[in-house]
Each structure stands twice: as C-alpha cells, then as structure tokens.
Write a protein that binds this ligand. Structure first.
Ligand SMILES: Cc1cc2nc3c(=O)[nH]c(=O)nc-3n(C[C@H](O)[C@H](O)[C@H](O)COP(=O)(O)O)c2cc1C
Ligand code: SF4
Length: 429
C-alpha cells in the first residue's frame, strides 16, 4: 500500500510512521517518543489515567463509537483478575486500518494496551488477531518479545512494580469472532458465538472476569492522548467526534488507501480532493461509509461532515470509516447480493431471524438477479429485513439487512429493471 500522497489538510498522528520500517523496532519507536506516555501514565493513579481518556471524549474505533474512557470506568477496583482484550480481528468488508497499524506501529498498539491495562488494573492483555494476518502477527509478536526483553511488559513494567503480561492469540478466520463476546468465547477455546448481554464484559468477560475490550485503532490513540492531554485531542475534530480517524478508502477511486483526517472532514472532499475522485472519468453512484454493515448513501447525500453524529443524521453510520465507493457502472443488486451472501456464510446460527433471514435474503437476491424475481419479492425483502433488525443477540443480522433495505430505498429502479427478465448469465460470481 502506498502512503506518499499527502493532502495538506491531513493530520497524521496514528499514521505518522506508516511506511517507515524503523518505527517497527523498539529502538526506532523510542527514538520517536515511544513509551514516554506509558511512563507518564504509571506516574498517575489508574483512575487519573481513565479520567484523561474520559475527558478526551475518544470514541471507540471498532464501529459503534462508544466512549472509551466511560467504558474503562465501568471496571471496579474489586480485587478480581481483570483483562484487556485488543480486538484485532478486522474482517469487515472494506476495513483495512487495524492491520496497517499492527504492521507499521506494533509498539504504538502495545503502549496503548499497556496503558489500558494499568488504568483498569489488568495483569494480562490478550491481542486477538485475525488468523489470516500472517505478516502483522509476526510483527506484533516480535514487538512483544522486544517489550519483554526491555522490561516494558512482564513482571515489573518500566520498573514500576506493576505486572502486565501480553499474549498474542490468532483466530481462525471467522468474521463473527470480531464481535466482542464471540471473541471472548473463541479466546477461551469455545465456539465463537456471541453471548447474551447483560452481563456485560466489564462484569463478566473473558474467563468470567471483568474485561475491557477495545479496537486496535482506539488503543493506538491512547498514548497520544496521555502525552498531549485531553484538551489537545478535543481541539481536533468536532464536539461529539473528537480527534483524528483513519479513513480506509476503497472502490472506484483514483487514490485508495488509509488517510488520517480530523473527524468532521467533508465526505465529498475526501472522495474528490483527497482520493482524486472516481477513476476512468466515471461518475459516482453510491458510497457505503462505514464498512459493509452500514446503510449505503447515494451520490447526492455525501456533502456531509464525516462525524459519527452527522453521518447518523444522513441515515447511515460512520462505523469504522471504511468507505466503499461505487461508480455509475456498479450493479447495485449484484453487490448487495454478494454482501448478503457474506453475512449468510458468517452467521453463527444461534438466532432464527439471522440464521434463516440471511439465507433467505441471499436466496431471494439470487432469484431477482437471475431475472426470476417478482415485485412481491421486493416487499418480502423489506419485510424480512425489518424482522432481522433489532431482534437478535448481536447486530450481524442488522448488518445483513442494512444494504438490502438501503439499496431498495435508494436504487429500487435497479431491482425493478430485473423483475421478470431472465438474466443471460447465472448469478454465481
Ligand atoms: C459481527 C461483528 C463483528 C465485529 N468485528 C469487529 C472487529 O473485527 N474489530 C473490532 O474492533 N470490532 C468489531 N466489532 C465490534 C466489537 O463487538 C466491539 O464493539 C469493539 O471491539 C469495541 O471496541 P471499541 O470500543 O474500541 O470500538 C464487531 C461487532 C460485530 C457485531
Ligand atoms: S445475530 Fe446472527 S451472528 Fe449474531 S448471534 Fe445471532 S445468529 Fe449469531
């Protein structure tokens, strides 16, 4: 992935060292100010560290945008073993930021995770990484070894007397294991299925003990906040969406890749100025702004700030800010069918609306794409999609319904054009 392109409005904090192999090593990271924030945190009380993160108004980068400091504050000083889980599963179609953070700045992640562990009095950090991330896993494993050898992880973190162990755990490539409680089950050696909540992880998490789980990007942000202060972080972005965010831009763009901008940056400018617009001189049809699980937006809806609150007002979600950009040649029905098939394959099968719903969505979408659908199928898709939303243990079911419902609302003409018309090629791609 190329990182040389630079827009003058870009603010590289987390990605400042992308493309720089020296930053991967402990010596290189320390030369760049690495682990100073951990030292600063250890000089404070755990509650003070949590308070700084709370005051920064940092929101989790794993998709839901939950306030990070608030989540940390749910863990009580109760004498029970506590755990930090780092969610590095990143299987959402369109998302490719966490793997880059792990590849280029493994110590940035370790530092954030160690600060989190200190703040919630955890003695063990588990980094749960998607099994296919072979290269990032090797890089992170090397960084963990370096951190142990230098006394940054282990029995006496930076001479503070605090013990924090770090274990890297590889998953086996199931999308559902990115859901926080499925991840815990998988880590424990059980089947990777989401748990019913409550109880929430802060009370009953990994191994039945209080646990905090955060996304890789969230934790990579923490050392910068500790070093520069909560006010500094809040001075970037918007009131409700503070700081910078990695925007993972993919699809029919001239320039694709990760770009770090303050939250609130205009979506259209991101697409046209930063990413150079639509390639091959084509025009824009639609964007999925936050990874495949969020509703799509049509071309005329994109003049909005990329902030959690503003994308929600426009009828979608910022999610992981993994934008899939589609040009005017895109066959929306085909793309939605492919997404639905992904979710049908990845459903863990516990909940009837999800298990049956995703399979039926896929079947009906295939029928329509093959020119054998009817108008009644469109009504059936809407009915199914609504019944799959808000009715299950986790939101995979909602995620499968989102592209169907939003595409039917915005691109119904493409569905109607296929009704009653047999397609020349079987829809199997
Ligand atoms: C089906 C599903 C898959 C998910 N996959 C991921 C993932 O790969 N990485 C991630 O960080 N969060 C993922 N999440 C969100 C996590 O459950 C959780 O909210 C997140 O790790 C919390 O971290 P944050 O507060 O730092 O955002 C997923 C959620 C669902 C429902
Ligand atoms: S919604 Fe789907 S993936 Fe989530 S727990 Fe239920 S069946 Fe499993």
């Amino acid at each position: 992935m190329a990182y040389p392109y630079r827009d003058e409005r870009e603010v590289r904090i987390l990605s400042a060292h992308f493309g720089d192999p020296e930053a991967r090593t402990l010596a290189g990271w320390r030369q760049r100010g690495g682990y100073e924030a951990l030292g600063q945190a250890l000089a404070l009380s755990p509650e003070q560290v949590t308070e700084i993160v709370k005051n920064s108004a940092l929101r989790g980068r794993g998709g839901a945008g939950f306030p990070t400091g608030l989540k940390w504050s749910f863990l009580r000083n109760d004498g029970r073993p506590h755990y930090v889980l780092v969610n590095s599963d990143e299987s959402e179609p369109g998302a490719f930021k966490d793997r880059e953070l792990c590849r280029w700045t493994p110590h940035q992640l370790l530092e954030g995770a160690l600060i989190n562990a200190y703040a919630i009095r955890a003695q063990h950090v588990y980094i749960y990484m998607r099994g296919e991330f072979f290269e990032p896993a090797q890089i992170v494993a090397r960084a963990i070894d370096e951190a142990y050898a230098a006394g940054i992880a282990g029995p006496d973190v930076l001479g503070s007397g605090v013990t924090i162990d770090v274990t890297l755990h590889l998953g086996a490539g199931a999308y559902i294991c990115g859901e926080e409680t499925a991840l815990m089950n998988s880590l424990e050696g059980r089947r990777g299925q989401p748990r019913v909540k409550p109880p929430f992880p802060a009370v009953f998490g990994a191994f039945g003990q209080p646990t905090n789980i955060n996304n890789v990007e969230t934790l990579c942000t923490v050392p910068h906040i500790i070093r520069n202060g909560a006010d500094w972080w809040r001075s970037i972005g918007t009131d409700k969406s503070t700081g910078t965010k990695l925007f993972n831009m993919s699809g029919h763009l001239v320039r694709r890749g990760n770009f770090e901008f303050p939250l609130g940056f205009n979506m259209k400018e991101l697409i046209y100025d930063v990413c150079g617009g639509i390639r091959d001189g084509r025009s824009l049809k639609a964007v999925i702004p936050g990874g495949s699980s969020v509703p799509m937006l049509a071309a005329h809806e994109l003049d909005i700030p990329c902030a959690y609150e503003r994308v929600a007002t426009a009828g979608s979600k910022l999610g992981t800010a993994s934008m899939i950009v589609m040009d005017d040649r895109t066959d929306i029905v085909k793309q939605v069918r492919r997404m639905v098939e992904f979710y049908a394959h990845e459903s863990c099968g516990q909940c009837t609306p999800c298990r049956e719903g995703t399979a039926w969505l896929a079947r009906i979408m295939r029928r329509i794409e093959a020119g054998q659908g009817t108008e009644a199928d469109l009504a059936l898709l809407v009915d199914l999609g609504k019944n799959m939303t808000g009715t299950t243990i986790c939101v995979l079911s909602d995620s499968a319904a989102a592209p169907v419902l939003s595409s039917l609302a915005k691109f119904k003409d493409e569905y109607l054009a296929l009704i009653g018309r047999a397609a020349p090629v079987a829809a199997a791609v």
